[in-house]
Structures are given as structure tokens and as C-alpha cells.
Design a protein around this ligand. Structure first.
Ligand SMILES: Cc1cc2nc3c(=O)[nH]c(=O)nc-3n(C[C@H](O)[C@H](O)[C@H](O)COP(=O)(O)O)c2cc1C
Length: 322
């Protein structure tokens, strides 16, 4: 992110008392790197990610894992000629299977798609996002309750877990697995983009991947060598997202305003303003500042018609939503 974005945040909200205390304590063990203008890529990255808060980098607490995580950017442009080294999938899956999993149920599965024609079909099913066909690897992470139904039946018990929790457990497990896999890939120098659009045509995806009842694709993951990379995307300030002891909205408005100011300066929303006929100005007159809150509000106002009947499909394949 350009340094000017960092600089224009000088009127960022003052840290709360608890934040100030936490910082004072950490100063005892950590050398605070406020100078920060080193050549260290990672330090710059952390500062960029949290530029709204002006989050400090506590040197003594920095680890390669934190460095790796905070360097993350979604990659949507891949070198389609460059194949992945042998063992990439196996190592990613080892990371995925190492994620915490509710009750060790391991309620997820992954379908690996490398065949170019099948990848192309997945692209079509996922909002025709071009990077999916471009990436040498696409993984469909699935919430999977089928194994548990199978073992329960094998052991001769009635299945007594048909309620919403079964869905939540498997969705959470699949997301944790996907995140671990993505992080592993990023640590190998690969780029990834998660694909929620895999739920746009959930029924067709299930048919194409031959998913049994009780299994549905929650997140896709496109993986490959990046041919270009976006800059690190700043996140909401911690004052908005992190609550000390009790949930509080005290700093929400000012925190979001500060975030808007940062996001407006990037080109993230360039060409991506959402137009909702009757609700938003005509595109040529839509010149007011457009940041995260405007974009998010418009997305929420519009909704996603392709996912409105997901509950119907989930019920069809055996999930209970109550
Ligand atoms: C569950 C999930 C679904 C996503 N689906 C898509 C998608 O379909 N297409 C896409 O381009 N990005 C998708 N993303 C990526 C987000 O847009 C991205 O993570 C977010 O904008 C933050 O940017 P960053 O990852 O570069 O920091 C998805 C991310 C998640 C976690």
C-alpha cells in the first residue's frame, strides 16, 4: 500500500484504555518497532494490513507464522503454464487435516480438480471467474456429514444428530481445513483464492462432483503460481472487531469511517461500484465517496439471488436447519 495511506491516518482513533494497557505490558517484553521504516517486507505488510489502527509490530512476538499469515493476499491471476511441484496437494492436505476439528469428527472432505476440462466446468459453475480455469489446481472443500451417518448406521445406532448443529460443525470444519490448506500453499510460494461462488449453483456442483447426500461444497480454492498479486488489503481497525470483556459498539462509527477513508484511497472499488436501480444514483452520477461501508451496504441491500434457495438444497440432501 502506498505510504501516503499510512500517513493520512494521523487522526486515527486514540487507543482505548485496555489497548493502552496491553501495549504497555507488551513493551516490557517486546521491542516496539515504531521506527518501522526498515527494508523488512513483513513489517511493512503488518503495518499496511492494520494501517487504520496504526497497529504496532511487537518484535519479540513476531514469528514466521504471523509473518506468513499477515502477508496474505487473494490471488486472482495465475501462471497457467507453471505446474505445481509433486506433493503439493499432499502437503496442503496434511495441513488441512491438521486443523482443529469439532470433537475430532473431521466433518469435511476435499475434491481435487486438476483436469483442465473439469476445471473449466467448475469455472462455469462458479460465476465464470476466469482465474479458476487459469489455476493448475482447484479444490472443492465440502462440509461432510455422510461419514458420520455411515459409521452410526454401521454400528447399528439410530442417527440422533439431525439438527442445525450438524451443519454448523461440518461447515466450520471445512472452512478451517480450507484456511490451513491455503496458508500451507502460500508458505510454498503459491497463491490462492477462495471461491464462495461454488455455492451459487450448489446442486449442480454436487452433481458434477458426485457428492453423496450429507455433503455440500462450501468453499472452492484456486491454487497456482501468481502471475500478479494485489497489494495487501487493509482490514477494519481492531477497535471495531475486537472487544475487551464485553461487546461494545462505542468505537464502531469512527473506526468504520477511518477504514472508509483508507479504502477510498485505494483502487479496490474502481469499476466495481454496485448499482441498484431505484436505490443508488445512476452510474454516471455516482461520484460520492465510495468506501467499504458503502460497498458493503449495497451488497447487503442487493443480496445474492443465486444463493437464496441454498436452504432448500441443504434440506434435500439431508441437513436439518432447525
Ligand atoms: C468464504 C470466502 C469466499 C470467497 N469467495 C470469493 C469468490 O468467489 N471470488 C473471489 O474473487 N474472491 C473470493 N473470496 C476472497 C475475498 O474476496 C477476499 O478474501 C477478501 O476480499 C479480502 O481480500 P484478501 O484475501 O486479498 O485480503 C472469498 C473469501 C472467502 C473467505
Amino acid at each position: 500500500m502506498p505510504r501516503e495511506l499510512d500517513q493520512q491516518l494521523d487522526n486515527r482513533p486514540a487507543p482505548s484504555k485496555s489497548e493502552a494497557n496491553a501495549q504497555a505490558q507488551a513493551n516490557d517484553v517486546a521491542q516496539v518497532s515504531d521506527q518501522a521504516q526498515t527494508n523488512d517486507q513483513t513489517e511493512t505488510t503488518v503495518k499496511d494490513r492494520f494501517s487504520v489502527d496504526g497497529l504496532r509490530v511487537f518484535e519479540a512476538l513476531r514469528t514466521p507464522v504471523i509473518d506468513q499469515i499477515t502477508r496474505h493476499v487473494s490471488v486472482r491471476s495465475f501462471d497457467s503454464e507453471r505446474q505445481l511441484p509433486e506433493g503439493t496437494v499432499e502437503m496442503m492436505m496434511a495441513a488441512a487435516q491438521s486443523a482443529s476439528t469439532s470433537s475430532n469428527f473431521q466433518s469435511w472432505s476435499a475434491v481435487i480438480i486438476r483436469d483442465p476440462e473439469r476445471k473449466q466446468k467448475m469455472q462455469e459453475l462458479c460465476d465464470n471467474q476466469r482465474f479458476i480455469g487459469q489455476a493448475p489446481l482447484f479444490i472443492a472443500f465440502c462440509a461432510d456429514s455422510s461419514r458420520h451417518k455411515w459409521v452410526t448406521e454401521q454400528k447399528g445406532y439410530p442417527f440422533g444428530s439431525n439438527y442445525l448443529e450438524l451443519l454448523l460443525i461440518s461447515v466450520i470444519d471445512s472452512a478451517l481445513a480450507c484456511q490451513n490448506a491455503a496458508l500451507a500453499a502460500e508458505s510454498m510460494g503459491l497463491g490462492c483464492c477462495m471461491v464462495g461462488a461454488i455455492r451459487n449453483h450448489a446442486r449442480d456442483v454436487a452433481k458434477f462432483l458426485e457428492l453423496p447426500d450429507g455433503v455440500f461444497a462450501t468453499i472452492g480454492l484456486a491454487v497456482g503460481y501468481p502471475s500478479s498479486k494485489n497489494e495487501v488489503k487493509p482490514r477494519l481497525p481492531q477497535s471495531v472487531v475486537v472487544h475487551e470483556e464485553k461487546y461494545s459498539t462505542t468505537t464502531r462509527a469512527e473506526g468504520i469511517a477511518a477504514y472508509d477513508a483508507v479504502m477510498q484511497k485505494t483502487d479496490i472499488y474502481k469499476g466495481r461500484k454496485i448499482h441498484i436501480p431505484g436505490l443508488t444514483p445512476d452510474p454516471e452520477q455516482d461520484t460520492a465517496p465510495y468506501g467499504w461501508s458503502e460497498h458493503t451496504a449495497r451488497r447487503m441491500a442487493r443480496g445474492n439471488d443465486m444463493r437464496r434457495d441454498l436452504a432448500v438444497f441443504l434440506k434435500e440432501i439431508g441437513f436439518v436447519l432447525e
